[in-house]
Design a protein around this ligand. Structure first.
Ligand SMILES: [Zn+2]
Length: 74
C-alpha cells in the first residue's frame, strides 16, 4: 500500500474518533491525534470508552460523577 493511502485511512479514523469523542464527552483534540497515530485501534477504543447516562441516555465520560446534560448524579 502507498504511504498516501495509509495516511488517508489514518485521517479518516482520526475524524471518526473526534466525532465519537465529541458525542461521548471526551477531548476531540486528544482523540484526533490518537486516531492519527493508532488509526483503527484508537477508533475501537473510542467506541468502547465512556458510558451512557441512565437518566437521559447521553454519552458521557467514564469518570464523570454528574451527567453534563441533565445534571443528575450517577
Ligand atoms: Zn444525563
Amino acid at each position: 500500500m502507498e504511504f498516501s493511502s495509509i495516511l488517508l485511512i489514518q485521517v479518516i479514523f482520526s475524524i471518526g474518533c473526534v466525532f465519537i469523542a465529541e458525542k461521548r464527552g471526551g477531548q476531540p483534540f486528544v482523540w484526533f491525534f490518537l486516531g492519527l497515530i493508532f488509526g483503527p485501534i484508537a477508533f475501537i477504543i473510542a467506541l468502547t470508552s465512556g458510558k451512557k447516562c441512565t437518566y437521559c441516555q447521553s454519552w458521557i465520560s467514564k469518570d464523570s460523577k454528574v451527567c453534563k446534560y441533565c445534571r443528575k448524579e450517577l
